[in-house]
Design a protein around this ligand. Structure first.
Ligand SMILES: CC(C)C[C@H](N)C(=O)O
Length: 479
């Protein structure tokens, strides 16, 4: 099965990518020399934690073939998402449409936008993938020297990229107006396409870090995940390196993890308790509590030093997430009420109107991620996990100031202990700071596939949050 991955590299060269193949080989050799022991251990462990290429599951096999045809490779993101084949099907369909389907933006623009988006989180994994794709799509290699070498039209998108990635609540119709009626002539359709691409790749960067996705075989520090005969099993290849993850932990190591029995008990209690109707003031208070508590959680003390090859795609690297609760006065931005602008009632049709079919594709993916369940928790079966999953989804929106009026936010504190909240906050807002120990110290009794499940929800909730703000700004500009 290793041959499938090898073929991926040969295939790239057939499609005119001998430059990248040569460079990849050089990087591959270099990566064996520069090893990082701490990271090596994590990668070694996670290497066994993907769905193998030779899986017997037919649906997954078909999806692997699709992914391979789409991307010229079977990438590690696909192999990790394959724990959840129904979701993977939606993900691949949407990503394929965004990058290679009908749409207003030229193909090389799409990959460059992916690079700009991933740059906000220093996500070398995605930058490497889309650098290759950009060349394959006929992009001008000089653009890869950095933002100073790209057309003004693309560069002018950068401000939106920056705000959307870290403080989406700051997006206003003026941002849209400056692009749409500026000299660059961004049409609304092009803008919708660009905004969805940006949000997709911001959120995917979170997933890459959150699951500890390792570099591809032909990337710096790469090796494969496959079995005995593959290069991955050789000693040399296990010396993979990546400098952006630090081995130390930012979260408490001394437990704090609720454990599944406690979670089950709490879910039962909350279900049994007749809380009666809470007034809207009480519900608002609960939301504000969680919002304020979230602002008290420090995501991580470790800020990775940006790498030169990434920095060329980044402007203002110091612009990062700040807590919504601390967004400041006097121009205090109100929280975003989903009851006033929701994906289902507003965002969906707005997206479809300006970029046909994308609303439907995104909707399928949101619905799948939001409702996905196997009725299990760790080794417990027949469990209704709705309460836990809602808490994760709504907590992510809460950090972006998005409020679901009818949700009792007190449930968040019952379902998510402090370390888990810190993990969710780091992966959503500062994924580049995540450490191996952060990953290990949460959800200890969950299966690896369940941690991936949490990361899928995180990806989708973050994506939806960014889209709600940007599509609302477009609507305000249009009316
Ligand atoms: C994230 C997990 C706790 C989800 C759970 N395994 C379910 O099937 O719903």
């Amino acid at each position: 099965m290793c041959s499938v991955l090898t073929y991926s590299m040969e295939n790239s060269s057939k499609s005119g990518c001998s430059y990248s193949q040569l460079a990849a080989r050089k990087r591959f050799v270099k990566s064996m020399v520069n090893s990082d022991t701490n990271l090596k251990d994590w990668h070694k462990k996670l290497r066994n934690q993907v769905v193998p290429v030779e899986t017997k599951d037919e649906q997954t096999q078909m999806l692997f073939v699709d992914a391979f045809i789409q991307n010229n490779r079977l990438d590690h993101v696909t192999q990790v998402m394959a724990y959840h084949p129904d979701y993977l099907a939606c993900f691949l369909r949407t990503q394929q449409y965004l990058l290679r389907g009908d749409g207003p933006l030229p193909y090389h623009y799409r990959h460059y936008i992916a690079i700009m988006a991933a740059g906000r989180h220093q996500c070398s994994y995605l930058i490497n993938l889309h650098t290759q794709e950009f060349i394959l799509a006929g992009g001008d290699p000089s653009w890869l020297n950095g933002l100073g070498n790209i057309p003004n039209k693309l560069r002018d998108l950068y401000e939106l990229n920056k705000i959307l990635a870290h403080r989406p609540w700051m997006i206003s119709k003026e941002h849209i107006a400056s692009l749409a009626s500026g000299k660059d002539n961004w049409s609304i359709s092009e803008l919708v396409h660009a905004l969805i691409l940006l949000s997709h790749f911001h959120a995917l960067s979170s997933f890459v870090y959150g699951c500890g996705i390792t570099p591809e075989v032909d990337h710096d520090g790469g090796y494969t995940y496959s079995g005995k005969n593959s290069p991955s099993s050789s000693k040399a290849n296990s010396r993979a390196t990546s400098k952006h993850v630090s081995p130390s932990s930012s979260f408490s190591e001394s437990g704090g993890d609720l454990g599944i029995s406690v979670l089950l008990e709490r879910m039962q209690k909350l279900t049994d308790a007749d809380l009666g109707e809470m007034t809207s003031e009480e519900l608002l208070k609960q939301f504000e509590n969680i919002e304020n508590q979230s602002a008290e959680i420090t995501a991580s003390g470790i800020i990775p030093a940006p790498k030169r090859d990434v920095l060329k795609f980044v402007e203002e690297p110091d612009f990062v997430y700040t807590d919504f609760a601390k967004r400041g006065t006097p121009s205090k931005i109100p929280s975003f009420r989903v009851q006033e602008y929701s994906w289902e009632d507003h965002g969906f049709s707005m997206a479809n109107r300006y970029y046909s079919e994308i609303g439907t594709l995104l909707d399928d993916k949101f619905t799948c991620a939001y409702n996905l369940t196997y009725y299990t928790m760790g080794d417990k079966m027949n469990v209704d996990t709705t309460m836990f999953r809602r808490a994760v989804w709504n907590y992510i929106h809460c950090m972006y100031g998005i409020r679901h009026d009818d949700y009792n936010y007190a449930e968040v504190n019952q379902m998510l202990e402090i370390n888990l909240k810190a993990y969710i906050k780091t992966v959503t807002c500062y994924p580049e700071r995540l450490t191996k120990k952060d990953y290990d110290n949460v959800m200890k009794e969950f299966k690896h596939s369940e941690k991936v499940h949490v990361n899928l929800m995180l990806l989708e909730a973050r994506l939806q949050g960014e889209l709600l703000y940007s599509l609302r700004a477009i609507m305000q500009y249009m009316t």
